[in-house]
Structures are given as structure tokens and as C-alpha cells.
Write a protein that binds this ligand. Structure first.
Ligand code: GTP
Ligand code: MG
Length: 299
């Protein structure tokens, strides 16, 4: 009897900001691949998470939340990264919140009109649906908006119904080969992941517009025995934000540094020493050269 066919393919996860796309990638891979915060527009790049098992390899493509109304170059770069993921996808997971459909979700659905692969609607944050009986009519209303290949309610944070979601994902993947070695879980290198973890802790520690004007750049990295020394520059887009990031007597930066170090030590099997400095570069997020230097896709 022939063995079970190996399946592999690209699954683009798209949706408006803050619906839980990165949380889902981390939950499926059971590793911190992509940073998560309570604030919208956390993910700024396309990030691959690779899930490998005996009979399949799924390339989960985490994307920045699609959003309208911002003219800055960084927002255009983020939207382009998300839209770009659709071209190579074997399957699209369109993520909305199970508590309701908004105009921002319509914006995303409009962008999905021309895709050629199947699109599964994922209703996340099931744990927030109260009363539970509200789910069925919502599911029904969603099914009338578009011909989705399937509609799956989940809770990424609680791990609810993820087995079912994975089953559905696999049913849409073509037979194919392994594209990454079995022990590889992401296409991103250590420097990128370190910068992102620092940005996550910074974003959570700051408010209003400050988190959106932040970029984190990893410079020199040196390894001494099991200790990794990392040189980190935190960019802010106006001078007055430097002091806010540093905090009174350096308290905020210290807190952020400790939280980042602890998390990095749990992701990588190393001890870390982070050397951080804060620099201002006026309006870097709307400056093509600055964006390119910081690793953003600019056409
Ligand atoms: N209650 C609840 N919260 C969730 C769930 N999944 C994600 N969240 C929370 O939603 C927030 C946003 O999660 P992210 O994973 O960063 O969302 P995202 O879609 O990647 O956001 P962007 O990168 O900004 O587009 C975080 O505070 C998560 O903890 C869930 O199933 N239930
Ligand atoms: Mg994200």
C-alpha cells in the first residue's frame, strides 16, 4: 500500500491589525516566531513560520495588518508586504474577530477579491463571544459576505479549535516536498528576532503615538562562551520621544531591557547582554532611505 502523501504549501494569514494573526502563528508552531502586543500595527514585515510534521510542512506567512488611511511610507510598505503574500499562497486564512465584523474587515475582504486560491475565514477570539449563542448568527452572516472555503471559529490565545483549523488547512494543501529542513521554524535570522523582541517590550511599555515611531536596529553581536553581547539602537522619530523611551532615571529602558533579555534567553539557549542606546531620526518612518536601512521593503 502506498504511504500517505506528503503535503506542503504556503498559507498567508491576513486581516486587519490586532485580530491575532501573529498569536496564531506562535500557537501553531508552539514557539515565539512573531511578536504580539495589545496594540494594532505590531507586525511590520512578512514573517514565515514553518510547521513540520511527518506528513506535512506548512509555511505560515504572518503579515502586517492591512489598513487604510495612512499615507506614510512605512504604512504603504506594511500593506504591500501583506498583499505580496497573497501571490504565492496556496491558501489564505482571513482572520477577523468573532465578536463582530467592521469596516476595516471590509477593507481586507475587498483586497482579497482577486485571489485565485481558496480563502478560509478564521473567526478568532472566540473566548470573547458573549453570550455563546451569538456565534451562530454571526457565522451565518459571515457566510453571506463571501464564498469562503470554510469558516472556523478559534481562540488562538487559548489554543481552542486549532486542531480543527490545522486539519482544514492541510486539506487544502497540495502534495509537495519539504522546502525547509525539519528543525527550521522561521526564515528570520537571530538579529531580526532579537530586534523584534526588544520592539515588542518597548511597544507594550509606551503609549499614544510613541510606539509607532519606534524602530529597533541590531548592530554588532559577539558571542563569549554562552553569553551573547548585542548592540542595539532604538530609533525614535522625534527628539522629544527619546526621554519618554528612556524613562525617569533610565527606568523604562531598564525594564524593557530586562524583559527582552529574559524572553530572548528562553527563545535561544544563550545568556544575553543587551547594550541599548536611543537615537532620534526625524520622521524616519516616512523616509525611503531610512526605511531601507532598517530593512523595510520599499519599491
Ligand atoms: N481574548 C483573546 N485575545 C487574543 C486572541 N488572540 C490574540 N489575542 C490578543 O489580541 C492582541 C493582538 O494580537 P496579535 O497576535 O498581535 O494580532 P495581529 O493580528 O498579529 O496584529 P498586527 O500585527 O498588529 O496586525 C494581543 O493582545 C493578543 O493577546 C484570542 O484568541 N483571544
Ligand atoms: Mg501581528
Amino acid at each position: 500500500m502506498a504511504g500517505k502523501a506528503f503535503r506542503s504549501g504556503y498559507v498567508a494569514i491576513v486581516g486587519r491589525p490586532n485580530t491575532g494573526k501573529s498569536t496564531l502563528v506562535n500557537a501553531l508552531i508552539k514557539e515565539k516566531i512573531s511578536i504580539v502586543t495589545s496594540k494594532p500595527q505590531t507586525t511590520r514585515h512578512r514573517i514565515l513560520g514553518v510547521l513540520t510534521a511527518e506528513h506535512y510542512q506548512v509555511m505560515l506567512v504572518d503579515t502586517p495588518g492591512l489598513h487604510a488611511g495612512s499615507r506614510k511610507l512605512i504604512n504603504k510598505s506594511m500593506n504591500r508586504a501583506a498583499i505580496g503574500s497573497l501571490a504565492d499562497a496556496d491558501l489564505v486564512l482571513f482572520m477577523v474577530e468573532a465578536t463582530g465584523w467592521g469596516k476595516e474587515d471590509d477593507y481586507v475582504l475587498d483586497r482579497l477579491a482577486s485571489i485565485r486560491c481558496p480563502c478560509v475565514l478564521v473567526l478568532n477570539k472566540l473566548d470573547l463571544v458573549k453570550p455563546r449563542s451569538a456565534l451562530l448568527p454571526f457565522l451565518d452572516a459571515c457566510s453571506k459576505r463571501h464564498e469562503f472555503a470554510a469558516i472556523i471559529p478559534i481562540s488562538a490565545v487559548r489554543g481552542k479549535n486549532l486542531d480543527r483549523l490545522l486539519e482544514v488547512v492541510l486539506s487544502f494543501l497540495p502534495e509537495g516536498e519539504m522546502l525547509f529542513p525539519a528543525d527550521v521554524t522561521t526564515d528570520r535570522n537571530a538579529a531580526f528576532r532579537i530586534a523584534e523582541v526588544v520592539r515588542e517590550k518597548l511597544m507594550e511599555s509606551l503609549h499614544h503615538e510613541v510606539p509607532y515611531g519606534l524602530a529597533v536596529e541590531v548592530g554588532q553581536m559577539q558571542t563569549r562562551d554562552d553569553l551573547v553581547l548585542v548592540d542595539i539602537t532604538i530609533w525614535v522619530d522625534r527628539e522629544s520621544h527619546s526621554g519618554i523611551v528612556v524613562g525617569k532615571g533610565g527606568a523604562n529602558l531598564k525594564r524593557v531591557g530586562t524583559a527582552a533579555r529574559l524572553e530572548l534567553e528562553s527563545i535561544f539557549d544563550n545568556r544575553f547582554h543587551l547594550q541599548t542606546r536611543v537615537k532620534a531620526r526625524k520622521n524616519w518612518s516616512d523616509n525611503a532611505r531610512a526605511l531601507q536601512q532598517l530593512g523595510y521593503e520599499i519599491r
